[in-house]
Design a protein around this ligand. Structure first.
Ligand SMILES: Nc1ncnc2c1ncn2[C@@H]1O[C@H](COP(=O)(O)OP(=O)(O)OP(=O)(O)O)[C@@H](O)[C@H]1O
Ligand SMILES: [Mg+2]
Length: 303
């Protein structure tokens, strides 16, 4: 039974070393008995995947691996998985599972009772949506306020300009916000446009929704942290029944390493704001990575 390998992005300045952002995790992996190898994130995005993996040791027996790094578009992750296979290394999260956990249309159906109602449409960079595109899309929501994002990320820092839609039945107003999101995302636009019903969550001292990130490995909650952008590093206690309900959806999703960002709605219901692939979810800056790397190291795969 092979111990997984941990792959992290290399430091652009010293390419044989992990990127400083992931160095503590690499050290924690080492402490948990995992071998660590670096991959070149910029080379992946530039389309040179063989160069990106050239520092990953070749293995004759299939070697399982986790990735902890910057977000990758699902298509790039699939190329990475193929290039690693050629070196005898198999990502424990295959490219289908990555897309499922990373993009809202992949995970939404398993979380419908736990997450704001959402609609989406594939969209690419380069053309701005018009009212003829946005009207039919938002019609399926009930009206009231909404938020827009792409399949992965929002422009939450440009909230009133490119994220928050005051009234979904105002198609002209909704189109302005959706088009601005598409414009600002430029070539980073992931997959398409998602519009979600707005729900009111309890806010933290910084005025943003107070989110707690629950980390799941093989369907079990292994760590609970604050959201990395939260003003306070203390995660709100999450009731046990919330772990049970969210865990059932995570298990149904089937992806082996997942995060769920949960928040308390002002009416007292715990809701899932988003799901992510755990490999590309950020830890809060002060968080000890040892429990997470310990959980990842405990996964055993029989070849
Ligand atoms: N349906 C919603 N109702 C109310 N607020 C929402 C909703 N969806 C998102 N938000 C707010 O917008 C923020 C950004 O949304 P979301 O987390 O989906 O996007 P993101 O850009 O992926 O953020 P992250 O930085 O967590 O990766 C959330 O933290 C939350 O405060
Ligand atoms: Mg988020």
């Amino acid at each position: 039974m092979a111990l997984p390998l941990l792959l992290v992005p290399s430091d652009p300045l010293t390419p044989r070393l992990p990127d400083p952002h992931f160095r503590r995790e690499a050290d924690a992996a080492d402490g948990a008995g995992l071998d660590v190898a670096v991959i070149d994130h910029d080379a992946i995005l530039a389309g040179d995947v063989p160069a990106a993996v050239r520092r990953v040791p070749r293995s004759d027996a299939p070697r399982p691996a986790w990735y902890r790094g910057w977000m990758l578009p699902a298509a790039a992750y699939a190329l990475l998985a193929t290039a690693l296979e050629a070196r005898g290394v198999r990502l424990l999260t295959d490219s289908d599972a990555y897309r499922t956990a990373h993009e809202l249309p992949g995970w939404y159906d398993r979380f419908t009772s736990l997450t704001p109602a959402s609609v989406w449409s594939p969209w690419g960079p380069g053309r701005l949506p018009t009212a003829a595109d946005v009207g039919p899309l938002v019609e399926a929501l009930d009206g009231g306020p909404g938020v827009v994002k792409d399949y992965v990320k929002s422009r939450k820092h440009e909230w009133y300009e490119a994220c928050y839609i005051p009234e979904l039945t105002d198609v002209a107003g909704a189109t302005r916000v959706v088009a601005r999101m598409v414009e600002l995302q430029e070539d980073a636009l992931a997959g398409g446009i998602v519009v979600r019903a707005f729900e009111q969550f309890e806010a933290d001292a910084g005025g943003r929704s107070r989110e707690v990130r629950v980390w799941w490995v093989e369907g079990a909650a292994v760590l609970t942290t604050a959201h990395p952008d939260a003003v306070s590093a203390d995660a709100e206690p999450v009731p046990g029944e919330v772990y049970d309900a969210v865990g059932a959806s995570v298990q149904a999703l089937g992806a082996p390493f997942v995060t769920t960002d949960v928040a308390l709605r002002t009416d007292g219901a715990w809701r899932v704001i988003e799901v992510g692939d755990g490999q590309v979810s950020d830890l809060p800056a002060g968080q000890d990575p040892a429990p997470l790397l310990g959980a990842l190291s405990a996964v055993r795969v029989t070849p």
